[in-house]
Write a protein that binds this ligand. Structure first.
Ligand code: ZN
Length: 327
């Protein structure tokens, strides 16, 4: 699928959207993560609360699977946040529209992409023109499934950095992304860590007003979505970006790019976070705990066999490229 012609199409599609507003203003911070000036303050405020809320969870030892998949010996809040912030360093607002004004190749900067294999990209057969950084619209109504832009146009969360790195690697061009209030960042690795967040992460669409934004259910949804996206910053060669696979026939998400052919990818990471929080949340009611466990199960239902039909295994998560970025 990843032939050069297809690629240039993808890049062109990604670069052809219009310019955007809010060109000025200062960077904001979310702990160690820098956010564009255009990221709404109320969104950052809620995420700050979510991080603090992780600190209120009981000190519960993580399962063996959690330790193996995340490579963490403890699930203490400081360890979780350091896992996250080594994979997410920049946060982009929902209204960021990729264009030649804000995504451009560096002409004079020397950068050699590793000569490694490329990941297998799976696209639905009918989709001929999916822009690389707007991977797919996923069905509504499913928390974990909605982390990438929805069909209604509402962004939940997307890892722009890994898509731009992959696009750059395929075209052998180092791309730079201009972030408002921050400056231009060379995408020398998915670990440069550039995540877009949007209204879909915060609005009542998925849960309804009965479940308020500060409930453990919605805090868990935001945090495990965040950890899911962070996993897309890992991997190398074939496993670069832990790209999703097409869900098979008969699956709830048949023919959408919303499954993993591995046991340590974004959906596993999200499920492990859900399961950990369900165990460690002492303020949760039994119903909330059960709901959070269901998120985990739903996420696990997206883990499917390898392409040759064999059971999925753990992918190499070592990151590719150069990071942290140097301006
Ligand atoms: Zn994903």
């Amino acid at each position: 699928m990843n032939t050069p012609s297809r690629l240039s199409l993808l890049l062109l599609a990604a670069l052809s959207a219009g310019p955007n507003a809010h060109a000025f203003g200062r960077a904001q911070s979310l702990g160690p993560i820098q956010a564009e000036s255009a990221v709404p303050k109320d969104q950052l405020g809620l995420l700050r609360q979510d991080f603090a809320w992780l600190g209120t969870l009981q000190d519960e030892p993580p399962t063996q699977e959690f330790r193996e998949v995340l490579g963490l010996e403890s699930a203490a809040p400081a360890d979780l946040l350091s896992w996250l912030s080594s994979r997410v360093r920049y946060m982009v607002a929902e209204d960021f529209k990729p264009s030649l004004l804000n995504i451009r190749p560096y002409i004079f900067k020397k950068f050699e992409f590793p000569k490694t294999e490329m990941p297998d990209l799976e696209f639905p057969p009918e989709a001929e023109n999916i822009p690389l950084i707007d991977p797919n619209s996923l069905p509504e109504g499913s928390p974990e499934g909605a982390e990438e832009p929805e069909s209604g146009g509402k962004v939940v969360m997307a890892n722009l950095g890994s898509a731009l790195y992959l696009g750059g690697k395929m075209a052998d061009m180092l791309l730079g992304i201009k972030l408002r209030g921050i400056g231009r960042i060379p995408v020398t690795s998915p670990r440069v860590g550039i995540i877009q967040i949007g209204e879909g992460l915060f609005d009542d669409g998925l849960f309804g007003k009965e479940i308020p934004n500060d409930s453990p259910i919605r805090r868990t949804f935001r945090m495990s979505t965040f950890f899911h996206e962070a996993r897309h910053s890992d991997g190398n060669g074939k496993t670069l970006g832990f790209m999703h696979a097409l869900c098979p026939r008969g699956h709830d998400y048949e023919n959408t790019n919303a499954c993993d052919r591995n046991i340590n990818g974004p959906y596993s990471v999200g499920a492990l976070m859900d399961e950990h929080i369900a165990r460690a949340c002492s303020e949760c009611t039994e119903v909330e705990r059960e709901t959070i466990r269901l998120f985990g199960l739903e996420s696990r239902s997206r883990i499917i066999p390898s392409r040759d039909g064999s059971a999925p295994n753990a992918w190499n998560a070592a990151p590719e490229g150069q990071f942290p970025p140097r301006k």
